[in-house]
Ligand binder design. Structure first.
Ligand code: 3PG
Ligand code: MG
Length: 397
Protein backbone atom coordinates (compact mmCIF):
# COMPACT_ATOMS: atom_id res chain seq x y z
CA UNK A 1 0.00 0.00 0.00
CA UNK A 2 1.49 3.35 -1.03
CA UNK A 3 1.40 5.97 1.70
CA UNK A 4 1.73 9.71 2.06
CA UNK A 5 5.51 9.62 2.41
CA UNK A 6 5.84 7.85 -0.95
CA UNK A 7 3.69 10.55 -2.47
CA UNK A 8 5.65 13.38 -0.83
CA UNK A 9 8.90 11.83 -2.03
CA UNK A 10 7.61 12.05 -5.62
CA UNK A 11 6.75 15.71 -5.06
CA UNK A 12 3.24 17.17 -4.95
CA UNK A 13 3.98 20.87 -5.40
CA UNK A 14 1.37 22.45 -7.65
CA UNK A 15 -0.57 19.19 -7.89
CA UNK A 16 -4.22 18.86 -6.90
CA UNK A 17 -4.43 16.24 -4.15
CA UNK A 18 -7.96 15.01 -3.44
CA UNK A 19 -8.11 13.93 0.22
CA UNK A 20 -11.02 11.81 1.44
CA UNK A 21 -11.34 12.66 5.15
CA UNK A 22 -13.91 11.56 7.73
CA UNK A 23 -15.09 14.91 9.08
CA UNK A 24 -18.35 13.37 10.28
CA UNK A 25 -18.28 15.17 13.65
CA UNK A 26 -21.10 15.33 16.19
CA UNK A 27 -23.08 18.59 16.08
CA UNK A 28 -24.96 20.02 19.05
CA UNK A 29 -28.69 19.51 18.39
CA UNK A 30 -29.64 22.96 19.72
CA UNK A 31 -26.86 25.22 18.48
CA UNK A 32 -25.54 23.22 15.51
CA UNK A 33 -22.01 23.73 16.87
CA UNK A 34 -19.33 21.05 16.61
CA UNK A 35 -19.43 19.24 19.95
CA UNK A 36 -16.29 17.13 19.42
CA UNK A 37 -13.63 17.99 16.86
CA UNK A 38 -11.50 14.88 17.37
CA UNK A 39 -11.99 13.69 13.80
CA UNK A 40 -10.92 17.07 12.40
CA UNK A 41 -7.76 17.07 14.53
CA UNK A 42 -6.99 13.50 13.49
CA UNK A 43 -6.59 14.42 9.82
CA UNK A 44 -4.37 17.49 10.43
CA UNK A 45 -1.02 15.65 10.10
CA UNK A 46 -1.88 14.58 6.55
CA UNK A 47 -3.31 17.94 5.52
CA UNK A 48 -0.43 19.95 7.02
CA UNK A 49 2.16 17.79 5.30
CA UNK A 50 0.44 18.34 1.94
CA UNK A 51 0.12 22.09 2.55
CA UNK A 52 3.81 22.34 3.43
CA UNK A 53 4.73 20.40 0.32
CA UNK A 54 2.88 22.97 -1.80
CA UNK A 55 -0.02 20.80 -2.94
CA UNK A 56 -3.43 22.20 -3.84
CA UNK A 57 -5.39 20.30 -1.22
CA UNK A 58 -9.00 19.38 -2.04
CA UNK A 59 -10.72 17.83 0.98
CA UNK A 60 -13.97 15.87 0.73
CA UNK A 61 -16.08 14.17 3.43
CA UNK A 62 -19.56 13.08 4.42
CA UNK A 63 -21.44 14.44 7.44
CA UNK A 64 -24.38 12.55 8.88
CA UNK A 65 -26.72 10.63 6.64
CA UNK A 66 -28.50 13.03 4.25
CA UNK A 67 -30.50 11.24 1.60
CA UNK A 68 -28.61 11.93 -1.62
CA UNK A 69 -29.64 15.58 -1.96
CA UNK A 70 -28.63 18.85 -0.29
CA UNK A 71 -29.91 19.23 3.28
CA UNK A 72 -28.67 22.36 5.12
CA UNK A 73 -28.55 20.71 8.55
CA UNK A 74 -25.76 18.46 7.21
CA UNK A 75 -23.69 21.17 5.55
CA UNK A 76 -19.92 20.93 6.07
CA UNK A 77 -19.64 24.74 6.22
CA UNK A 78 -19.10 24.87 10.02
CA UNK A 79 -16.43 22.19 9.63
CA UNK A 80 -14.59 24.34 7.08
CA UNK A 81 -14.40 27.10 9.69
CA UNK A 82 -13.07 24.81 12.40
CA UNK A 83 -10.61 23.16 10.04
CA UNK A 84 -9.27 26.58 9.06
CA UNK A 85 -8.76 27.53 12.71
CA UNK A 86 -6.88 24.31 13.42
CA UNK A 87 -4.73 24.56 10.29
CA UNK A 88 -4.07 28.24 10.91
CA UNK A 89 -5.00 29.06 7.30
CA UNK A 90 -8.29 29.79 5.54
CA UNK A 91 -10.18 26.84 4.07
CA UNK A 92 -12.02 27.70 0.85
CA UNK A 93 -15.49 26.21 1.00
CA UNK A 94 -17.30 24.95 -2.12
CA UNK A 95 -21.10 25.21 -2.01
CA UNK A 96 -21.48 21.93 -3.88
CA UNK A 97 -19.47 18.72 -4.19
CA UNK A 98 -18.70 18.36 -7.88
CA UNK A 99 -20.63 21.24 -9.52
CA UNK A 100 -19.73 24.77 -10.66
CA UNK A 101 -18.77 25.94 -7.18
CA UNK A 102 -16.47 22.96 -6.60
CA UNK A 103 -14.79 23.35 -9.98
CA UNK A 104 -14.19 27.08 -9.63
CA UNK A 105 -13.04 26.78 -5.99
CA UNK A 106 -10.50 24.13 -6.93
CA UNK A 107 -9.37 26.06 -10.03
CA UNK A 108 -8.71 29.14 -7.88
CA UNK A 109 -6.47 27.32 -5.36
CA UNK A 110 -2.87 28.48 -5.13
CA UNK A 111 -0.12 26.06 -4.15
CA UNK A 112 -0.38 25.19 -0.45
CA UNK A 113 -4.03 26.24 -0.18
CA UNK A 114 -6.91 24.09 1.05
CA UNK A 115 -10.49 23.70 -0.18
CA UNK A 116 -13.32 21.71 1.40
CA UNK A 117 -16.10 20.40 -0.84
CA UNK A 118 -19.72 20.26 0.35
CA UNK A 119 -21.04 16.99 1.83
CA UNK A 120 -20.43 13.99 -0.45
CA UNK A 121 -23.77 12.49 0.56
CA UNK A 122 -25.67 15.41 -0.98
CA UNK A 123 -25.14 13.33 -4.16
CA UNK A 124 -27.04 10.07 -4.65
CA UNK A 125 -24.07 8.58 -6.50
CA UNK A 126 -21.87 8.57 -3.37
CA UNK A 127 -23.69 5.78 -1.55
CA UNK A 128 -25.47 4.14 -4.51
CA UNK A 129 -25.49 0.34 -4.69
CA UNK A 130 -25.47 0.66 -8.47
CA UNK A 131 -21.89 0.46 -9.77
CA UNK A 132 -22.61 2.67 -12.79
CA UNK A 133 -24.29 5.40 -10.74
CA UNK A 134 -21.45 5.35 -8.19
CA UNK A 135 -18.91 5.29 -11.00
CA UNK A 136 -20.42 8.34 -12.71
CA UNK A 137 -20.14 10.32 -9.48
CA UNK A 138 -16.60 9.02 -8.91
CA UNK A 139 -15.67 10.29 -12.39
CA UNK A 140 -16.80 13.82 -11.47
CA UNK A 141 -15.00 13.70 -8.13
CA UNK A 142 -11.80 12.30 -9.63
CA UNK A 143 -11.78 15.18 -12.12
CA UNK A 144 -11.09 17.53 -9.17
CA UNK A 145 -7.73 15.92 -8.33
CA UNK A 146 -4.53 14.63 -9.91
CA UNK A 147 -3.84 12.26 -7.02
CA UNK A 148 -6.01 10.73 -4.29
CA UNK A 149 -5.23 10.25 -0.60
CA UNK A 150 -7.57 8.32 1.68
CA UNK A 151 -7.35 9.46 5.29
CA UNK A 152 -10.97 8.66 6.18
CA UNK A 153 -10.42 5.65 8.41
CA UNK A 154 -13.96 5.96 9.84
CA UNK A 155 -15.41 5.32 6.38
CA UNK A 156 -13.10 2.60 4.97
CA UNK A 157 -15.79 -0.03 5.61
CA UNK A 158 -18.19 1.75 3.23
CA UNK A 159 -18.32 0.79 -0.45
CA UNK A 160 -18.96 4.39 -1.42
CA UNK A 161 -17.79 6.30 -4.49
CA UNK A 162 -15.29 8.52 -2.65
CA UNK A 163 -13.84 5.55 -0.75
CA UNK A 164 -13.99 2.67 -3.19
CA UNK A 165 -14.31 4.03 -6.75
CA UNK A 166 -12.14 7.17 -6.84
CA UNK A 167 -8.91 5.27 -6.02
CA UNK A 168 -9.57 3.10 -9.08
CA UNK A 169 -9.44 6.30 -11.18
CA UNK A 170 -6.44 8.19 -9.73
CA UNK A 171 -2.97 7.38 -8.41
CA UNK A 172 -3.62 6.76 -4.71
CA UNK A 173 -2.02 6.58 -1.29
CA UNK A 174 -3.02 6.03 2.34
CA UNK A 175 -2.87 9.08 4.60
CA UNK A 176 -1.13 9.15 7.98
CA UNK A 177 -4.30 8.46 9.96
CA UNK A 178 -5.36 5.45 7.90
CA UNK A 179 -1.85 4.04 8.15
CA UNK A 180 -1.67 4.47 11.93
CA UNK A 181 -5.14 3.01 12.51
CA UNK A 182 -4.34 -0.07 10.47
CA UNK A 183 -0.98 -0.52 12.24
CA UNK A 184 -2.61 -0.34 15.67
CA UNK A 185 -5.57 -2.57 14.88
CA UNK A 186 -3.34 -5.17 13.27
CA UNK A 187 -1.61 -5.50 16.66
CA UNK A 188 -4.95 -6.72 18.03
CA UNK A 189 -5.64 -9.19 15.23
CA UNK A 190 -2.07 -10.46 15.21
CA UNK A 191 -0.72 -11.82 18.49
CA UNK A 192 -1.91 -9.49 21.23
CA UNK A 193 -0.08 -9.62 24.53
CA UNK A 194 -2.22 -11.50 27.06
CA UNK A 195 -4.50 -11.29 28.91
CA UNK A 196 -6.43 -9.67 26.06
CA UNK A 197 -9.63 -8.12 27.41
CA UNK A 198 -12.40 -6.62 25.28
CA UNK A 199 -15.08 -4.34 26.71
CA UNK A 200 -18.22 -3.92 24.62
CA UNK A 201 -21.15 -1.61 25.24
CA UNK A 202 -23.67 0.30 23.20
CA UNK A 203 -27.30 -0.39 22.68
CA UNK A 204 -27.70 -3.34 20.35
CA UNK A 205 -26.44 -6.92 20.43
CA UNK A 206 -27.38 -7.28 16.77
CA UNK A 207 -24.86 -4.54 15.83
CA UNK A 208 -22.09 -6.31 17.74
CA UNK A 209 -22.93 -9.93 17.03
CA UNK A 210 -20.41 -10.39 14.22
CA UNK A 211 -17.57 -8.91 16.25
CA UNK A 212 -18.46 -10.94 19.35
CA UNK A 213 -18.39 -14.14 17.29
CA UNK A 214 -15.06 -13.18 15.73
CA UNK A 215 -13.48 -12.16 19.04
CA UNK A 216 -14.71 -14.94 21.32
CA UNK A 217 -12.07 -17.49 20.28
CA UNK A 218 -9.23 -14.93 20.60
CA UNK A 219 -9.97 -12.92 23.73
CA UNK A 220 -9.32 -13.98 27.32
CA UNK A 221 -12.29 -12.04 28.73
CA UNK A 222 -15.21 -10.21 27.15
CA UNK A 223 -16.88 -7.67 29.44
CA UNK A 224 -20.36 -6.61 28.39
CA UNK A 225 -22.20 -3.48 29.51
CA UNK A 226 -24.41 -0.85 27.90
CA UNK A 227 -27.91 -1.39 26.59
CA UNK A 228 -26.97 -4.71 25.05
CA UNK A 229 -26.21 -6.34 28.41
CA UNK A 230 -29.92 -6.74 29.13
CA UNK A 231 -30.43 -9.20 26.31
CA UNK A 232 -27.57 -11.24 27.78
CA UNK A 233 -29.03 -10.96 31.31
CA UNK A 234 -32.36 -12.17 29.93
CA UNK A 235 -30.52 -15.10 28.35
CA UNK A 236 -29.11 -15.87 31.81
CA UNK A 237 -32.72 -16.15 33.00
CA UNK A 238 -33.11 -12.75 34.67
CA UNK A 239 -36.07 -10.42 34.28
CA UNK A 240 -34.99 -7.05 32.93
CA UNK A 241 -38.08 -4.89 33.53
CA UNK A 242 -38.55 -2.33 30.77
CA UNK A 243 -34.84 -2.27 29.85
CA UNK A 244 -33.74 -2.36 26.23
CA UNK A 245 -34.24 -5.93 25.04
CA UNK A 246 -33.78 -7.61 21.68
CA UNK A 247 -36.08 -10.59 22.14
CA UNK A 248 -35.02 -12.31 18.95
CA UNK A 249 -31.38 -12.24 20.09
CA UNK A 250 -31.88 -13.96 23.47
CA UNK A 251 -31.25 -17.43 22.09
CA UNK A 252 -28.14 -16.23 20.24
CA UNK A 253 -26.78 -14.71 23.46
CA UNK A 254 -27.41 -17.98 25.31
CA UNK A 255 -25.46 -19.88 22.63
CA UNK A 256 -22.55 -17.44 22.81
CA UNK A 257 -22.29 -17.86 26.58
CA UNK A 258 -22.43 -21.67 26.29
CA UNK A 259 -19.80 -21.69 23.57
CA UNK A 260 -17.24 -19.93 25.74
CA UNK A 261 -18.02 -20.70 29.36
CA UNK A 262 -16.54 -18.18 31.79
CA UNK A 263 -15.23 -15.84 29.10
CA UNK A 264 -18.20 -13.48 28.95
CA UNK A 265 -18.59 -11.32 32.05
CA UNK A 266 -21.95 -9.59 32.62
CA UNK A 267 -23.07 -6.92 35.10
CA UNK A 268 -23.93 -8.08 38.61
CA UNK A 269 -25.69 -4.82 39.44
CA UNK A 270 -27.32 -2.08 37.38
CA UNK A 271 -28.69 1.43 37.86
CA UNK A 272 -32.43 1.09 37.20
CA UNK A 273 -34.62 4.15 36.59
CA UNK A 274 -38.31 4.98 36.29
CA UNK A 275 -37.84 6.59 32.87
CA UNK A 276 -35.27 7.43 30.20
CA UNK A 277 -34.69 10.94 31.53
CA UNK A 278 -31.84 12.80 33.24
CA UNK A 279 -33.91 13.44 36.37
CA UNK A 280 -35.68 10.05 36.59
CA UNK A 281 -35.86 8.38 40.01
CA UNK A 282 -33.27 5.57 40.11
CA UNK A 283 -31.52 3.03 42.34
CA UNK A 284 -28.75 0.51 42.09
CA UNK A 285 -30.22 -2.99 42.08
CA UNK A 286 -28.79 -6.49 41.65
CA UNK A 287 -28.80 -7.67 38.02
CA UNK A 288 -31.28 -10.41 38.99
CA UNK A 289 -33.56 -7.96 40.79
CA UNK A 290 -34.55 -5.31 38.25
CA UNK A 291 -38.10 -4.16 39.17
CA UNK A 292 -40.66 -4.86 36.45
CA UNK A 293 -41.50 -1.14 35.94
CA UNK A 294 -37.89 0.04 35.75
CA UNK A 295 -35.22 0.13 33.05
CA UNK A 296 -31.48 -0.24 33.42
CA UNK A 297 -29.54 2.83 32.25
CA UNK A 298 -26.05 2.08 33.58
CA UNK A 299 -23.93 -0.67 35.10
CA UNK A 300 -23.65 -0.53 38.90
CA UNK A 301 -20.61 0.09 41.16
CA UNK A 302 -20.04 -3.58 42.00
CA UNK A 303 -19.89 -4.34 38.28
CA UNK A 304 -17.47 -1.47 37.71
CA UNK A 305 -15.24 -2.86 40.47
CA UNK A 306 -15.36 -6.35 38.95
CA UNK A 307 -14.60 -5.08 35.45
CA UNK A 308 -11.80 -2.88 36.84
CA UNK A 309 -10.20 -5.88 38.56
CA UNK A 310 -10.10 -7.81 35.28
CA UNK A 311 -8.83 -4.77 33.37
CA UNK A 312 -6.05 -4.17 35.91
CA UNK A 313 -4.53 -7.56 34.95
CA UNK A 314 -4.87 -7.05 31.19
CA UNK A 315 -1.95 -6.49 28.83
CA UNK A 316 -4.10 -5.64 25.79
CA UNK A 317 -7.49 -3.90 25.91
CA UNK A 318 -10.02 -2.99 23.24
CA UNK A 319 -13.06 -0.95 24.25
CA UNK A 320 -16.06 -0.07 22.10
CA UNK A 321 -19.33 1.39 23.31
CA UNK A 322 -20.46 3.23 26.44
CA UNK A 323 -21.53 1.28 29.56
CA UNK A 324 -24.60 3.41 30.14
CA UNK A 325 -26.36 6.61 29.10
CA UNK A 326 -23.23 8.68 29.83
CA UNK A 327 -24.79 11.82 28.32
CA UNK A 328 -26.95 12.00 31.47
CA UNK A 329 -24.86 12.64 34.60
CA UNK A 330 -26.89 10.20 36.73
CA UNK A 331 -25.98 7.33 34.37
CA UNK A 332 -22.37 8.19 33.49
CA UNK A 333 -20.54 6.47 36.37
CA UNK A 334 -20.25 3.10 34.64
CA UNK A 335 -18.65 4.51 31.51
CA UNK A 336 -16.39 6.76 33.56
CA UNK A 337 -15.37 3.92 35.90
CA UNK A 338 -14.48 1.58 33.05
CA UNK A 339 -12.65 4.33 31.15
CA UNK A 340 -10.60 5.18 34.25
CA UNK A 341 -9.81 1.52 34.87
CA UNK A 342 -8.51 1.28 31.31
CA UNK A 343 -6.27 4.33 31.74
CA UNK A 344 -4.82 2.84 34.95
CA UNK A 345 -4.09 -0.58 33.49
CA UNK A 346 -0.52 -1.35 32.45
CA UNK A 347 -1.78 -2.41 29.04
CA UNK A 348 -1.84 -1.44 25.39
CA UNK A 349 -5.33 0.04 25.14
CA UNK A 350 -7.38 0.89 22.08
CA UNK A 351 -10.64 2.81 22.20
CA UNK A 352 -12.67 2.03 19.10
CA UNK A 353 -15.41 4.20 17.84
CA UNK A 354 -16.41 7.73 17.10
CA UNK A 355 -18.91 7.55 19.97
CA UNK A 356 -16.60 5.97 22.56
CA UNK A 357 -13.89 8.44 21.62
CA UNK A 358 -16.31 11.34 22.04
CA UNK A 359 -17.39 9.83 25.40
CA UNK A 360 -13.79 9.77 26.61
CA UNK A 361 -13.38 13.46 25.82
CA UNK A 362 -16.85 14.42 27.09
CA UNK A 363 -15.93 12.83 30.45
CA UNK A 364 -12.83 15.00 30.53
CA UNK A 365 -10.36 12.10 30.27
CA UNK A 366 -7.07 12.75 28.58
CA UNK A 367 -6.68 11.20 25.11
CA UNK A 368 -3.03 10.52 25.82
CA UNK A 369 -3.80 8.11 28.68
CA UNK A 370 -4.99 5.58 26.10
CA UNK A 371 -2.69 3.75 23.71
CA UNK A 372 -4.81 4.70 20.73
CA UNK A 373 -8.20 6.27 20.17
CA UNK A 374 -9.61 5.10 16.88
CA UNK A 375 -11.64 7.51 14.76
CA UNK A 376 -13.60 4.58 13.34
CA UNK A 377 -16.52 2.91 15.08
CA UNK A 378 -17.99 0.55 12.51
CA UNK A 379 -14.67 0.52 10.66
CA UNK A 380 -12.61 -0.68 13.64
CA UNK A 381 -15.19 -3.36 14.50
CA UNK A 382 -15.25 -4.65 10.91
CA UNK A 383 -11.45 -4.64 10.86
CA UNK A 384 -11.41 -6.79 14.03
CA UNK A 385 -14.01 -9.10 12.47
CA UNK A 386 -11.45 -9.76 9.75
CA UNK A 387 -13.69 -8.43 7.00
CA UNK A 388 -12.30 -7.00 3.77
CA UNK A 389 -12.71 -3.25 4.01
CA UNK A 390 -13.54 -1.72 0.60
CA UNK A 391 -11.48 1.41 1.27
CA UNK A 392 -8.36 -0.51 2.31
CA UNK A 393 -8.71 -3.02 -0.52
CA UNK A 394 -8.95 -0.14 -3.01
CA UNK A 395 -5.69 1.36 -1.67
CA UNK A 396 -3.93 -1.98 -1.97
CA UNK A 397 -4.83 -2.36 -5.65
C1 3PG B 1 -19.04 6.96 11.41
O1 3PG B 1 -19.48 7.93 12.01
O2 3PG B 1 -19.03 5.83 11.91
C2 3PG B 1 -18.41 7.16 10.06
O3 3PG B 1 -18.25 8.52 9.78
C3 3PG B 1 -19.23 6.46 9.01
O4 3PG B 1 -20.50 7.01 8.97
P1 3PG B 1 -21.74 6.12 8.47
O5 3PG B 1 -21.94 5.06 9.53
O6 3PG B 1 -22.90 7.06 8.34
O7 3PG B 1 -21.36 5.50 7.14
MG1 MG C 1 -21.09 5.88 13.30
Amino acid sequence: MRNLDDLLAEGVSGRRVLVRADLNVPLDKQTGEISDDGRIRAVLPTLSALVQAGAKVVVCSHLGRPKGKPDPQFSLRPVAGRLGELLGAPVHFAEDTVGDSARSTVAALADGQVALLENLRFNAGETSKDDAERGAFADQLAALGDTYVDDAFGAVHRKHASVHDVPARLPHAAGRLVLREVEVLSRLTGEPERPYVVVLGGSKVSDKLAVIEALLPTVDRLLIGGGMCFTFLKAQGHEVGTSLLEKDMVETCRNLMERAPGKIMLPVDVVAADAFAPDAAHDTVPADGIPSHRLGLDIGPETVAGFAAVLSQAKTIFWNGPMGVFEMAAFASGTRGVAEAITKADAFSVVGGGDSAAAVRALGLDDSSFGHISTGGGASLEYLEGKTLPGIAALEN
